[in-house]
Design a protein around this ligand. Structure first.
Ligand SMILES: Cc1ncc(COP(=O)(O)O)c(C=O)c1O
Length: 383
């Protein structure tokens, strides 16, 4: 019998993809199911890549990334958080690859890892691909926002646990960890030798304070057991470019370089040139999109809560509203019905694990007109 490894056979296929397939061939669907901004990459970023290709930069490059981009990211990270040396930064083929590399670096088959859920499915399946044992701690729903039970998480982080995966701001709930919880977790993980793998994909899509989400990089020492994974996808409208980065303790960089060699060898040079333009000239883009997404969030959440039976907390970060109504208790069945009967594409909460069941995710990185048209369709389906 031909078969993949049992751990691979056991992976859960993407439920958003299943839903998407149900809508294939229909051009009347308003899609809010994918986590992707609705704008193409800004022109100055695209131009940097075009110039690089024109100049013939089409060869393999360093495993850890080209020096000017590592420098630019060190300056960027040092501006946002604590000073970080470029020697601790490695470029990756987007965020999902960064998370896989971080996991390959740390997680052995049978290792126990802990995740705060509901959570982006890729981050749940990555440790499973490596045959780790995944324990989960669910966020608690309240109409005022999702809450972490910190004591419960600390209890679950027993000695011998290999790693804590934490995505904040969180996809799908928009929950963001507090500084106090970060301090308590860092202290606890230090005491028990547990790694923290922080998925910081949405750190610049944070609607409170300075617009930069609290990061473990603000409080950790350079030699703490902390890896931060990040991506150009959401911050600079670059989902299709597949560029991301890791911040890693210096002691692991040589081994990370080997892993990159055997996974992808390097991120494409011309994509990295675009990354330099994004990091060095992209702040106005971030400011503008944060304001646009803030208005979109406020509009959508207000409209959702105005529908009888809908409970939609205001997310503090990301570009998602994660809400429930009596009709969403079987979220996949509800989302399939929405596609079929209303031409509305939302993501079922069950795609984010059992803790997401009963909820539905709506990506609000879209224009107010489109969001309003979506709301009308949702109202009709719920009527
Ligand atoms: C929580 C989270 N982390 C990481 C990513 C990685 O994105 P990419 O692989 O496009 O960089 C995503 C994308 O949706 C995400 O939602």
């Amino acid at each position: 019998m031909l078969a993949a490894r049992p751990a691979v056979q056991a992976l859960v296929a993407s439920k958003i993809r299943e839903l998407y397939n149900a809508g294939i061939g229909r051009d009347d669907i308003l899609p809010f199911w994918v986590g992707e901004p609705d704008e193409p990459t800004p022109e100055f970023i695209r131009k940097a890549a075009i110039d690089s290709i024109t100049a013939g930069e089409t060869f393999y490059t360093h495993n850890l990334g080209i020096a000017p981009l590592r420098q630019a990211l060190a300056a960027y990270g040092s501006r946002l958080h604590r000073p970080v040396d470029q020697e601790r930064i490695a470029l990756t083929n987007a965020g999902v690859n960064a998370l896989m590399l971080a996991s390959q670096l740390l997680v052995d088959p049978g290792d126990r890892v802990v995740e705060v859920v509901p959570l982006w499915p890729n981050l749940q399946e990555i440790p499973a691909i490596l045959s780790a044992r995944v324990s989960t701690v669910p966020l608690a729903f309240s109409p005022r926002g999702w809450q972490l039970d910190l004591d419960r998480l600390l209890d679950v982080l027993t000695p011998g646990t290999r790693a804590l995966y934490i995505n904040s701001p969180n996809n799908p709930t928009g929950w963001t960890i507090t500084r106090e919880a970060q301090r308590a977790l860092l202290e606890h993980c230090r005491r028990h030798g547990i790694w923290i793998i922080a998925d910081d994909a949405y750190e610049r899509l944070y609607f409170e304070g300075s617009g930069v989400a609290p990061s473990f990089l603000d409080i950790a020492e350079a030699d703490d057991r902390l890896i931060s994974a990040n991506t150009f996808s959401k911050t600079w409208f670059m989902t299709g470019w597949r560029l991301g980065w890791l911040v890693v303790p210096a002691a692991l960089m040589a081994d990370l370089g080997k892993l990159i060699e055997y996974n992808t060898s390097c991120a494409p040079v011309f994509v990295q040139r675009a990354g330099i333009a994004a990091v060095t000239e992209g702040e106005p883009v971030i400011r503008r999109s944060l304001e646009r997404f803030r208005s979109a969030r406020d509009f959508l959440v207000r409209e959702l809560n105005a529908i009888s039976g809908v409970e939609a907390p205001l997310p503090s970060g990301t570009m998602y509203a994660f809400f429930r109504a009596p009709a969403t208790s079987d979220s996949m069945a509800f989302c399939k019905r929405l596609v079929r009967e209303a031409g509305l594409g939302l993501a079922p909460g069950s795609a984010f694990g059992p803790a997401g069941e009963g909820f539905v995710r709506w990506c609000f990185a879209s224009s107010e007109e489109r969001l309003a048209a979506g709301i009308e369709r949702l109202k009709r389906a719920l009527a």
